[in-house]
Design a protein around this ligand. Structure first.
Ligand code: HEC
Length: 306
C-alpha cells in the first residue's frame, strides 16, 4: 500500500475576525486536492475489469494511490468530452477539473474545515435555479465498507437519477443497504440498525451565490441521501473579485445526534465535491478519498488541537 502522506496542521490561538473565531488560518498548512469531472462513472463500471483496469489491483491499491494528485486533470478533461456511453449529455466548454486548497483545525469544541477554490470559467448549465455553486464534503468514520479505499465513489451507483441506468428520484446510497448487489432494499429495522452502528456517510454542503449569505445543509447517505431538518454544520463563505471562494465549515466535534463523533485515535475518510456553473446531481467535480485524524497519527490531514 502507498503510505499516506503525513501533514502536520498547525493551530494558532490568536483570534482573527471572520470565518472561524479562534483560528488563525495563516498558521495552518494548506493541502492541495484536485477534483475531476467524472461524467457517468458509477461504482458498477469501476468494478468491471474490462472497463477499468484499476479494478485488478483495488483495494490492495486504493483509488488515491493510483490517481491522487496524478491524473485528475487528464481524466477530467477526457471525461468532460467522453464517448456517449460515458457522457451522453456533455456541457459545452465545461472545464475538466477544479483545484482546491484545504486547511483544517480544531479546538476543544469544534472542527473547522476551510476549502479555497476557483471554479474558473464555468458555462451556465441552468440545472440549479437557486445556487450557482455548491461545495460538499462526505465523511465516513470507518464504518462504511470500502470507504477507506474508495471514498464517496462507493455511494455512486448506475441507477441513481442522471446516471446511465438512472431511476427518477434515486439518490446516492450504500450497497449494504440492499439485500445484495442489485437486490431489494433491506427492512426498515435493518436500516435503522445500520444507522445506529454508524454505517452511513455524513455530508456537509455549502450552497453558494456570489454576494449572498451561504446556506448550510447536512445529512446522511445510507439507503438514500437524506438532508437533516436543521443542519448542525455552520458555513462562512467569501468570494473575491477573481472568483476565488473561501468556504469554512464549523461543526461541533461530538455529541450531535445523527452525526459522526470526531475523536482522537480514529481515521476518517473524506470525499470532496463541487457543483459549479449551476449544475446538479452527477454534474459535479469529485475527489479521490482522503483521510483525517485528530491530534496525531498517519493521515492526509493530521488536525492538531491547540
Ligand atoms: C492500479 C491502479 C488503479 C487503481 C487502484 C484505480 N484506478 Fe482508476 N484507472 C486506472 C487506469 C490505468 C485507468 C485508465 C484505463 C482504464 O480505464 O482502465 C483508470 C481509469 C479511471 C477512470 C476513468 C474511467 C473512464 O472510463 O475513462 C476513473 C473515473 C477512475 N479510474 C476512478 C477510479 C476510482 C474511483 C478508483 C478506486 C475505486 C480507481 N480508479 C482505482 C488505474 C487505477
Amino acid at each position: 500500500m502507498f503510505p499516506a502522506a503525513l501533514t502536520a496542521v498547525l493551530w494558532a490561538s490568536s483570534a482573527l475576525a471572520g470565518a472561524a473565531p479562534g483560528v488563525d488560518w495563516s498558521q495552518v498548512e494548506a493541502k492541495k486536492i484536485m477534483l475531476l469531472y467524472p461524467a457517468q462513472t458509477p461504482w458498477e463500471r469501476l468494478m468491471t475489469r474490462e472497463r477499468h483496469s484499476g479494478q485488478r489491483r483495488w483495494p490492495a491499491k486504493t483509488c488515491v494511490a493510483c490517481h491522487g494528485s496524478v491524473d485528475e486533470h487528464a481524466l477530467g478533461d477526457s471525461l468532460a468530452n467522453a464517448e456517449k456511453f460515458k457522457e451522453p449529455t456533455p456541457i459545452m466548454g465545461k472545464p475538466g477539473a477544479v483545484d482546491t486548497m484545504v486547511k483544517m483545525a480544531h479546538d476543544a469544541q469544534n472542527l473547522y474545515v476551510q476549502v479555497a477554490f476557483n471554479p474558473g470559467m464555468q458555462p451556465d448549465a441552468s440545472m440549479d435555479k437557486d445556487f450557482e455553486t455548491k461545495l460538499t464534503i462526505m465523511i465516513d468514520d470507518g464504518n462504511v465498507a470500502n470507504a477507506n479505499t474508495a471514498g464517496c465513489w462507493v455511494a455512486c451507483h448506475q441507477d441513481a437519477e442522471s446516471m446511465n441506468m438512472g431511476v427518477v428520484g434515486k439518490t446516492k446510497y450504500l450497497e449494504e443497504s440492499l439485500t445484495g448487489p442489485g437486490g431489494e432494499k433491506k427492512s426498515d429495522a435493518d436500516i435503522k440498525k445500520m444507522m445506529e452502528d454508524g454505517k452511513y456517510f455524513e455530508y456537509w454542503q455549502a450552497r453558494l451565490n456570489p454576494g449572498a449569505k451561504p446556506v448550510p445543509v447536512d445529512g446522511t447517505i445510507l439507503d438514500k441521501r437524506a438532508d437533516n431538518k436543521s443542519p448542525a454544520v455552520k458555513v462562512d463563505a467569501t468570494r473575491d473579485a477573481a472568483g476565488m471562494w473561501t468556504v469554512t465549515f464549523t461543526r461541533k466535534l461530538t455529541g450531535l445526534k445523527g452525526h459522526k463523533d470526531f475523536v482522537p485515535g480514529k481515521t476518517y475518510n473524506l470525499g470532496f465535491a463541487i457543483h459549479a456553473g449551476r449544475t446538479a446531481k452527477r454534474f459535479h467535480y469529485v475527489s479521490f478519498e482522503r483521510t483525517l485524524v485528530l491530534d496525531s497519527g498517519m493521515a492526509d490531514f493530521v488536525v492538531v488541537k491547540k
